[in-house]
Design a protein around this ligand. Structure first.
Ligand SMILES: NC(=O)c1ccc[n+]([C@@H]2O[C@H](COP(=O)([O-])OP(=O)(O)OC[C@H]3O[C@@H](n4cnc5c(N)ncnc54)[C@H](O)[C@@H]3O)[C@@H](O)[C@H]2O)c1
Length: 270
């Protein structure tokens, strides 16, 4: 069902890699709600080509940008305003990558070059995106900026590795930049802390299969899917949430506040 919640709104969506990506589902949902946007991803992800299908289906243009490059980001912001014909109302940062995770380096055996690169891509890039938008005065008043995060920022999940630290930094940047964006430009900044979701980034985490099933059994409403996350993001881009800012918003079917569930107790009583 569509409600025209984003009619006339314009934005940038980072991170649609394939149809499983949370950003992909969000782009489809934003389009259905009447929003228009530029799609962007790292040049290397573009070569896989799938984003072209999404651009076609949503009538969007693609502007490649490495989210760690200030130059790429400045160009992206300028081009997006040109393409969309004015300032922006929403931005989705849906980017994450850890080289330590990819290369199977244990948390107690990090290679710090990998750590630094993963932090730049997954965490500092959110500051870089916002600084580019802020300096270009690219956001309309009452605009909304959202980044995706995971609860490993607050509680320990051993296999989440250095991504836990990256997410803690990302959430802090949302609060810190959210203050200035709110004060100076009346723009809100929030992070959504999403359930485990079967995507390329999610499935890179060791033991993901068992983990997603555990989360499902621990969440009174079950895990939130990528589609559910797209719906929630639309609500945060809409005018219905104008005074929500500098928050880390759990979107996880109740997982984060459940101590134990009946299903999990039963498993251990067998
Ligand atoms: N999948 C999960 O279980 C889960 C749970 C909570 C939060 N998240 C977060 O959701 C977000 C989206 O991830 P996803 O699960 O949809 O996976 P995904 O793999 O589909 O998306 C990750 C995206 O990051 C992009 N990216 C990587 N390096 C980049 C760079 N240098 N510049 C620009 N883009 C770059 C990739 O190309 C890809 O499109 C991430 O922040 C992730 O940490 C995922």
């Amino acid at each position: 069902m569509a409600y025209n919640l984003l009619k006339g709104k314009k934005g940038i969506i980072f991170g649609a890699l394939d149809e499983n990506s949370i950003a992909w589902k969000t782009a489809e949902r934003v389009h259905a709600e009447g929003g228009s946007f530029v799609l962007t991803n790292a040049p290397i992800a573009m070569r896989m080509g799938q984003i072209n299908e999404l651009a076609k289906a949503t009538g969007s243009e693609i502007v490649p940008a490495d989210a760690t490059s200030e130059e790429d980001l400045q160009q992206l912001v300028e081009k997006s305003m040109e393409i969309l014909g004015g300032k922006l109302d929403f931005v989705l940062h849906s980017i994450g990558m850890s080289i330590n995770v990819r290369k199977g380096r244990h948390y107690t055996d990090e290679k710090y070059d990998f750590t630094a690169k993963g932090w730049d891509v997954s965490a500092l890039s959110f500051h870089k995106v916002m600084q580019s938008l802020y300096k270009a005065d690219a956001m309309n008043e009452w605009g909304s900026i959202v980044a995706l995060t995971y609860m490993a920022a607050q509680r320990t999940f051993p296999d989440y590795n250095d991504m836990a630290d990256n997410k803690a930094y990302l959430e802090s940047v949302a609060r810190s930049f959210g203050y200035f964006f709110g004060k100076e430009k009346k723009v809100r900044v929030n992070t959504i802390s999403q359930s485990p979701t079967p995507t390329t980034a999610g499935q890179g985490v060791k033991g993901f299969g068992g983990f997603i099933q555990y989360a499902e059994k621990m969440s009174p409403l079950g895990n939130a899917t990528a589609q559910d996350c797209a719906d929630y993001t639309v609500s945060l881009f809409s005018d219905l949430t104008r005074k929500v800012t500098m928050q880390n918003l759990f979107h996880d079917g109740g997982f984060s506040t459940t101590g134990v569930s009946q299903e999990v107790i039963e498993r251990f009583s067998e």
